[in-house]
Design a protein around this ligand. Sequence first.
Ligand SMILES: NCc1[nH]cc(CCC(=O)O)c1CC(=O)O
Length: 302
Amino acid sequence: MKSIRIGTRNSALALWQAREVARHLQNNNYLTEITPIVSSGDKNLNQPLYSLGITGVFTRDLDVALLNDEIDIAVHSLKDVPTQLPHNIEIIAHLERDFPQDVLIRRESARDKEFHELKLATSSLRRRAFWLKHYPDTQFFDIRGNIQTRLQKLEEQDFDATILSLAGIKRMKMDINYEMLPVMIPAASQGVIAIAGHSEKPEINEILQSINHKQTQICVEMERNFLSTLEGGCTAPIGAFAEKIGNQIRFKGALCSLDGKNYIAIDESFEYNEEENFGEKFANIVLENGGRELMAEIKTQL
Ligand SMILES: NCc1[nH]cc(CCC(=O)O)c1CC(=O)O
């Protein structure tokens, strides 16, 4: 049997995630090989992502490799994958989500500062806006690069703290202190490793079903439907997180103005059924409660 060619970006986190997918496939007796691919998102580190004006900077090169049959599957952090996929590319499986949360990481010299006094480095509109909602006078700095680069910048530059995804920190086994931020709603599909494939490769796609985590899939599809219904093709401060609790799903979602002053949120627990598109339903509630005007306002500010 031929081995499954796994395409990945070549950052440490991406490689770890690709190995994790390989491990799941090997446990099911499939052979695998890993093919790292340099993405244009990694080559362009001076500008914040939203200002590059295109979605899918991290995924585009892997999409091309899939379409050219250079790889059989592509492993992604699902939160970096646009909700609109190119023709013939599909998300075919999800690994189980482990740590969805955002966490705060401070430099030693800022250990005793209160949250509202921190000078914060993040280039995420969502993290910035949700933080400003609680601490409106915070000073922000842009920061780009992978987790290791960002932590190094935190040591060297003139800001106190940064906000990162806990999943990335755990996967990189970083030995650092972090603080949970319960008021921040994670980005849609944060913490989820997803596998993309070519729509016209049913054999591979069937194999991938054997490692798909259905519960995770249900939650992230809801989050991503919420996001795509709200977003209409721009990057806005939107959080979305669905979680199974007992036999219910709890969905938290929010849209926030860039300055954090206007915040429209959903927090619902319900029994899941396949027929109802809950993500779209909750997004429409947000849109009808001022979200439409807020989205229009945000689009003029980006
Ligand atoms: N946007 C960058 C990115 N994409 C995926 C992760 C980490 C893994 C994840 O949260 O899924 C990160 C780093 C971060 O947000 O701190």
